[in-house]
Ligand binder design. Sequence first.
Ligand code: FAD
Length: 302
Amino acid sequence: PYDVLVVGGGPAGASAAIYAARKGIRTGIVAERFGGQVLDTVGIENFISVKYTEGAKLAASLEEHVKEYGIDVMKSQRAKRLEKRDFIEVELENGAVLKSKTVILSTGARWRNVGVPGEEEFKNKGVAYCPHCDGPLFAGKHVAVIGGGNSGIEAAIDLAGIASHVTVLEFMPELKADAVLQDRLYSLPNVTVLKNVQTKEITGTDKVNGISYIERDTGTVQHIELDGVFVQIGLVPNTDWLGDTVERNRIGEIVVNSHGATNVPGVFAAGDCTNSPYKQIIISMGSGANAALGAFDYLIRN
Ligand code: FAD
């Protein structure tokens, strides 16, 4: 068996595997797509100490760093079941069952798409999902935020400080965000809120140039010209495969304590698949390191 088996090969998993291996213990890592969400990212400007890098390059460096150590790397493999017996067992979709004394779950998350024409086509060309990452690219420009929940309204407030104008589109007749966020939003001079509207299409040529929406009470189609669209309708953790083996919160995030430990002894978790409030590369890497040290501490005590 492994001492530490990491499930997920994004920034959190890579960091956890390196921290574990550096303790001289038997470490494996299983990843469906090594690199994770980083592979879908173009420019990265907030990976501190590196002024600018690109997703493909960072993903390659993560893998290169992992391969510096005697870590068993199992790529293009998907975990489908976790069970605690004498060891913790992780079953892969190909039928193999891996055994380990501790497991670190780092299966990440994915942004929920709006699924309208133009979204896929203009990803990284004006369609964005992360205001902390891509907000500065829209300095002085007009952007839309799709989604009036807490994340959408937080994004709109954040972007209003950078962009010239922010238009919020909410499908329901009312915003769902907390009242304090709504008050803050409505106090800003450069924000327009459209409620009860359905996004129809994100338009553009080589990059985004506008958004079309339907006013749901009248059925009228409207179009606004703008430069960017932030989709903020939810981040879904990749944790369905765990069923109820490990405690998850209402939105499916794995609940961890300050050591990265879950409710199952020996099972730890890190990164975007957990209930950590902010989801970023540097935060995922930190929590991966934290969970690996938590797992090591568990191993020396058990
Ligand atoms: P992920 O990166 O999601 O990695 C999850 C890993 O688990 C992958 O290897 C995946 O294949 C694997 N996996 C999932 N399910 C299974 C399974 N069942 N079995 C085996 N493996 C599985 N953050 C920044 O800090 N700066 C940015 O500029 C930035 N830009 C972004 C741009 C885009 C378009 C996106 C989508 C995200 C961006 N982020 C950015 C967020 C950042 O990418 C994430 O916070 C970070 O990648 C999370 O790392 P993670 O390791 O927790 O999860």
